[in-house]
Design a protein. Sequence first.
Length: 402
Amino acid sequence: MSQQPTFAPMPDAAGFFGPYGGQLVPPHLKQAMDDINAAYAEITKRQDFQDELAQLFADYVGRPSPIFHARRLSEQLGGAQIHLKREDLNHTGAHKINHCLGEALLAKFMGKKKVIAETGAGQHGVALATACALVGIPCEIHMGQVDIEKEHPNVTKMRILGTRLVPVTRGAATLKEAVDSAFEEYLNNPADYLYAIGSVVGPHPFPMMVRDFQSIVGREARQQFQDRHGRLPQYVAACVGGGSNAIGIFTAFLDDAEVRLVGVEPAGEGTDRPGRHAATLTMGKPGEIHGMKCYVLEDQPGVPAAVHSIASGLDYPGIGPQHSYLKDTGRVHYETANDQETLDAFMRLSRVEGIIPALESAHAVAWAMRTAPTLARDQHILVNLSGRGDKDADYVAKVLGI
Ligand SMILES: *Cc1c(COP(=O)(O)O)cnc(C)c1O
């Protein structure tokens, strides 16, 4: 390539990041997506929208989240310094509140009567229910009956927050059926409803909107790091499920060629075991899923593979279209961490720094722990600690017999 790829402005008008993204949806849905896109472009330019979102980020979410130098962990590992962008300290305990607030506020400004979404483990559901309670807009969450029984604390929280919870009993009664059910309800009245997608996935404009709402993380982190150290970190790392927390921190660094960006995918029980990992970019190939072109893990064309990760927030057989493009261009390197390394990182960070990370985030910590000893002590790795591990504590204790 004679020219460096450019990353901004992305995506193009049709929602493509290179060959990925787009709107692979039927015509009536394309119209609904185009309406959201037009409203998004207009509303997010308005000063009253920007002011309200900035105020909520500050006073409600608790932004800016700090960067913590994990001194003891770095010392023990004997190499590069590890720093954590503390999205776990946000209200509701993860980065998801950033885009859920953006989506709920957008729905309010668009005059929508209801926000609809599906949830698997319930993390997206709780963050969205929270944002909708705050903004004052009805929220309807579809959830598989099997997941409802497994994820009691999150189900209870959603009910307390005033969400209408719709149990889905058809088929396997898990995430896939919940998506179908939520989508059917949305299609009953796309003019009055907003479907709130939980990551940088789905048809245009969602990968762009969710990225934009999350990009506050990287803007803060870049400035904070520069202020403290007078330079940028050599590495910025984040776990990758759909890719929202990763793109959120990467975006501000895309033009800093000297900063290496690393997305960490879940290798589960091993990338050599089909169905037992969710390393979409590492093991998948370009295809289509959920209204977009992106890398996918498939059993056969059009049939998504079974996926697994110890972190339920990472087990998705697709990946955001922008990540697919960033992989092909080489701007971001995608690595993996398996379940065991993730558990080790979860325990190590808890015991050495007194921070219990989400199992999702522990993937990125695991990569940093593996990499730090190979680097000099004056090198810096900045990890996006996407969430806290309260939700995982009982499970980990059971697995490890603590
Ligand atoms: C949902 C979730 C993730 C995975 O989603 P991305 O869109 O890939 O960021 C990561 N970390 C936490 C804490 C989550 O709740």
